[in-house]
Design a protein around this ligand. Structure first.
Ligand SMILES: Cc1cc2nc3c(=O)[nH]c(=O)nc-3n(C[C@H](O)[C@H](O)[C@H](O)COP(=O)(O)O)c2cc1C
Length: 387
């Protein structure tokens, strides 16, 4: 087994072990992929202030998100089709997160269902909802998340209309995947992945099949998913969902200060500054650039978290120092999962925690909750504010 020192190491292994179409599905953004690239590249523009000769004993990474204790303020973002990156991927990622002490978010578009994950993991997880046209389906999936004791609902707002990723079109990545000859031949070169998939019964969207009206087989599912994302989603619908849920409520996909204020008015307990990992509006600014103006607009009325481009503990530190109350990672843990299953997700979390700890110490700090602007050197024109 090669030494895994960084997320980049996990990424290389993920690429090697996973069929091309699922690797591409993960490692791509919409259209020109500018926003996808900027999410990571903009972190590199922020530099850290080195401080010395300070007592660095007893360092603390633990914090809270939604009042819940976390081993570090890093939660796992919802990632659709995680169970195609590795057999039973959602169960493995949720278990790794629970054991590490960070929250896991299960996507509506997951392979393992809410019930599958609840039965296999020790801790409550968060559930991410996409608003579908079928209101009955939405109501029932909210009720299923409640019955499974999910401890927060994360409502994603930035995918009313699906952005286009060229690679997915070319690879025939539909739901379910098109089994073209090149796809089948490529899968045959990934024996561990293929064995895992043959051994699990979980190979399609189990939150949907058997639960949505008229969806009993794969052909129905394709039609259903293509038609169901609700283009009419508005703040009235957000309020309806909040009331139906009645618990901790998080709004994901906020990238604008005006929308952040509306999200506060809608009763969000936390908002996630996010552009869907560069998979939706190509040309939008990176999450990290938009973060400061959104934090100012929210004025401490709710927690503000961010995701997009985080590939290291240094990135986490930069987001926290800019004022985020928490961060989330998507591809960073998916690389771990694709590389080594549950152990890989754990490894990804360990890598980030260690980087965060050492970087914090070298900045002269002992507690993640005390990080601030004073730890950073930020270019003057860095922030995404409108003229
Ligand atoms: C392969 C993939 C699938 C995703 N599926 C979902 C999803 O089902 N629901 C959702 O709200 N966000 C989804 N996202 C967005 C992530 O939750 C998160 O916002 C994004 O991955 C953060 O960027 P990062 O991957 O650079 O960390 C997905 C992202 C990726 C990479």
């Amino acid at each position: 087994m090669p030494v895994i020192a960084s997320i980049e190491d996990l990424k290389r292994l993920h690429r090697k072990r996973t069929p091309r179409m699922f690797w591409d599905y993960c490692e791509s953004g919409s259209y020109t992929e500018q926003t996808f690239r900027d999410n990571s590249a903009d972190f590199a523009l922020i530099r850290l202030r080195q401080r010395v000769a300070r007592d660095l004993s007893d360092r603390v990474l633990a914090s809270t998100m939604l009042g819940q204790k976390v081993a570090m303020p890093v939660a796992l973002s919802p990632v659709g089709s995680t169970g195609m990156q590795h057999a039973d991927g959602e169960i493995l990622a949720a278990r790794a997160a629970a054991r590490f002490g960070v929250p896991y978010t299960l996507s509506t578009m997951s392979i393992c269902s809410i019930e599958d994950v609840a039965a296999a993991t020790p801790d409550p997880f968060w559930f991410q909802l996409y608003v579908m046209r079928d209101e009955d389906f939405v109501d029932r999936i909210i009720d299923r998340a409640k019955a499974a004791k999910c401890s927060a609902l994360v409502l994603t707002l930035d995918l009313q209309i699906i952005g286009q990723r060229h690679k997915d079109l070319k690879n025939g990545l539909t739901s379910p995947p098109r089994l073209t000859l090149p796809n089948i031949l490529n899968m045959a070169t990934k024996p561990a992945w293929s064995m895992g998939m043959l051994q699990t019964p979980r190979r399609q969207f189990r939150n949907i099949v058997g639960h949505a009206k008229g969806v009993t087989n794969l052909a129905d599912l394709t039609t259903w998913t293509n038609e169901q994302f609700d283009p009419r989603l508005d703040w009235k619908k957000v309020a309806r969902i909040r009331d139906r849920w009645g618990g901790k409520f998080v709004l994901k996909g906020i990238l604008d200060a005006e929308d952040a204020k509306l999200a506060v008015d809608a009763g969000a307990d936390a908002i996630i500054v996010s552009n869907h990992g560069g998979r939706q509006l190509d040309g939008a600014l990176s999450s990290i650039r938009m973060l400061p103006s959104i934090i100012r607009a929210v004025g401490g009325k709710t927690e503000v978290w961010m995701d997009g481009g985080i590939r290291s503990g240094q990135d986490v530190l930069k987001a926290l120092a800019l004022g985020a109350n928490g961060t989330m990672i998507g591809r960073a843990y998916i690389h771990g999962l694709g590389a080594m299953g549950e152990a890989g997700v754990t490894r990804a979390l360990e890598v980030i925690a260690k980087e965060l700890d050492i970087t914090m110490a070298l900045c002269g700090e002992r507690d993640v909750k005390k990080l601030g602007r004073h730890n950073l050197l930020v270019p003057k024109d860095f922030e995404g504010v409108w003229a």
